[in-house]
Design a protein around this ligand. Sequence first.
Ligand SMILES: Nc1ncnc2c1ncn2[C@@H]1O[C@H](COP(=O)(O)OP(=O)(O)OP(=O)(O)O)[C@@H](O)[C@H]1O
Ligand SMILES: [Mg+2]
Length: 159
Amino acid sequence: MSWTVRARTTSAARTRELAASLAALARKGDVVILAGTLGAGKTTFAQGFARGLGVEGPVTSPTFTLLRQYPCALGQLLHADVYRLDHLVEVADLGLGELVEDGIALVEWGDVAVPALGPVTWTVSITPVDEEEDEREVAVRAEGDDDRRGAVAAVLGSA
Ligand SMILES: Nc1ncnc2c1ncn2[C@@H]1O[C@H](COP(=O)(O)OP(=O)(O)OP(=O)(O)O)[C@@H](O)[C@H]1O
Ligand SMILES: [Mg+2]
């Protein structure tokens, strides 16, 4: 059964903190989609998530490189951005499905490429609450059978 847990953050720093806490719940093989409009905070979330997995050094947007890899506590953290890819076959060519066997994948704009991604663990949707403010709604949806609902709710509840 799928489920969704929501929270609000009031700054980029808070989004990074929330993401780092969620990363502590991640498991090898997880594929996490980051959804949201331009500038919503997908890369900001990825930065916090990476820090939570022990990635040192800067995590920058993969908008032009498409895919970056960082060694992390669970193997490799794959950070992809499929915004610039026009065809699903290009997304499939990134090979995330195989690469993620040795780690975790974060895919910005992955919601538009679901058929090319294989099984998705979570979809994290980041939505500006008010264009003028820094507040964001962060919704974590589990796409399949996932036993982490309570743990995710605990993390988001304390955000
Ligand atoms: N609550 C918040 N959560 C996340 N980012 C925030 C928040 N408030 C302000 N920001 C700012 O919004 C911007 C989000 O940029 P970011 O690159 O993370 O977005 P993105 O969704 O990855 O964009 P793109 O679609 O271009 O990849 C940053 O400048 C960040 O500091
Ligand atoms: Mg981005």
